[in-house]
Design a protein around this ligand. Structure first.
Ligand code: ZN
Length: 401
């Protein structure tokens, strides 16, 4: 089966013939070295293509049309076309061929190095891409693009110190703030230090994360986790409450922590009071509280149980399947486990098997909160679901049938 690149190269060979480049104008042949007749040259290329030998055809093209001022743009265009089509090996071959030319102008060399770095990136050869982008970031007209690409590479490699350095240089050269992104890099370092039990470093990193503007609430959340892990429950609680006050969607992350701390301290009445005040101040949070409680199996706290019950009774999709109003009325006479509790348990299972977070930029969804979206690579764009995604489950069960 002829591939797209077969047609592409065939088109180029025909174009070259039609353009009359046959007159020995290809490459840099010496005057006394008579050019071979073009029809043989391009027929040879076409022959490779007809025999589906695309790589040989490409080599033939590269030998036939040497890189010079007149042809260099064609080479670049061909290289980037191959990359866009996912034929990265061929793109690499073309760009290496350009770089191999000894008398290349420095601007063209940079362009070729930048293209080759993008090929390596597309091929997943991060080390090679990093080397070239680092070289270009030292002083070329691709400095800004190279630093941006380096940030992306260091994010993938989780090399946060290097990412901070590239980000800070990019801020200066690009002329726009990357405070949020850099704050997340510091938070990553802080979380890595927490994982090692190095709370001194963890605190230092989080302080740096919170120095920039705009701030990320992740800094406060990380500080709260440090306080929690070092048994400073009072500070942890204060911070968790502040996070909810400032950024209500993070209740999905903080509610389980708050409940755990109050339970450890045997202060369930305090918890009841705090949550009642919170919901009174912000009634819209009821469904998010209920959903978080369902997913994390938090029960036995009247104000939370009340939110969950209201949530279940008001869910239109759920009402299609179970008449909860009727079940609740019937259960006065039943000694068995309450109908609501059973539905709640089923909901909990359902919620845990469907995505809980979704990126507001690209729609990527995941089970746990991801500060950087793996799909669009934006920071802090995920938001929690506030309802069990019945449609996803239903769709899933229909396609399984
Ligand atoms: Zn996204």
């Amino acid at each position: 089966m002829p591939t797209e690149s077969t047609f592409l190269l065939a088109g180029l060979f025909l174009l070259l013939a039609a353009a009359g480049w046959a007159m020995g104008r290809f490459g840099e042949r010496d005057e006394e070295d008579p050019p071979p007749p073009l029809n043989i040259d391009y027929l040879k290329g076409l022959n490779f293509l007809l025999n589906e030998q695309t790589d040989q055809a490409l080599e033939h093209f590269l030998r036939m049309v040497r890189v010079d001022d007149k042809t260099i743009e064609t080479h670049f265009a061909l290289g980037s076309l191959f990359r866009r089509r996912g034929e990265v090996d061929r793109a690499i071959r073309i760009h290496q061929n350009i770089i191999a030319r000894p008398d290349l102008a420095s601007e063209q060399r940079d362009q070729a190095l930048y293209s080759l770095a993008k090929d390596y990136l597309a091929a997943g050869l991060l080390d090679r891409a990093e080397n070239l982008f680092s070289r270009l970031s030292q002083g070329s007209r691709y400095q800004v693009q190279a630093l941006d690409a380096l940030c992306g590479i260091y994010e993938q490699e989780r090399e946060w110190e290097k990412a901070i350095d590239a980000g800070q240089r990019l801020e200066v050269l690009g002329g726009h703030s990357l405070a949020l992104q850099i704050a997340h890099y510091y938070c990553e370092l802080s979380e890595a230090a927490i994982a090692k039990g190095d709370y001194v470093s963890a605190r230092e990193y989080v302080k740096k994360a919170q120095a920039g503007r705009p701030r990320t609430m992740r800094g406060a959340l990380t500080r709260a986790h440090i306080a929690r892990d070092t048994d400073d429950n009072a500070t942890a609680l204060k911070l968790y409450h502040r996070i909810i006050d400032e950024n209500t969607y993070l209740i999905a992350e903080t509610l389980p922590e708050i409940v755990a701390i109050y339970a450890r301290e045997n202060q369930t009445e305090e918890l009841e009071r705090a949550l009642t005040a919170l919901i009174k101040k912000n009634p819209d949070m009821r469904s998010l509280v209920a959903y978080t409680a369902i997913v994390n199996d938090i029960g036995g706290i009247p104000v939370i149980d009340d939110c969950v019950e209201q949530y279940m009774l008001s869910d239109a999709t759920l009402a299609e399947f179970v008449d909860l109003q009727q079940l609740t009325a019937d259960e006065q006479d039943s000694a068995e486990i309450s109908a609501l509790a059973r539905v709640r348990r089923a909901l909990s299972k359902l919620a845990r098997s469907t995505p809980r977070y979704q990126c507001q930029e690209c729609g990527f969804s995941s089970q746990r909160l991801l500060w950087q979206c793996p799909s669009c690579r934006e920071w802090e764009t995920q938001r929690p679901a506030s309802r069990v995604q019945f449609d996803t489950v239903l769709q899933h069960s229909i396609t399984k049938r």
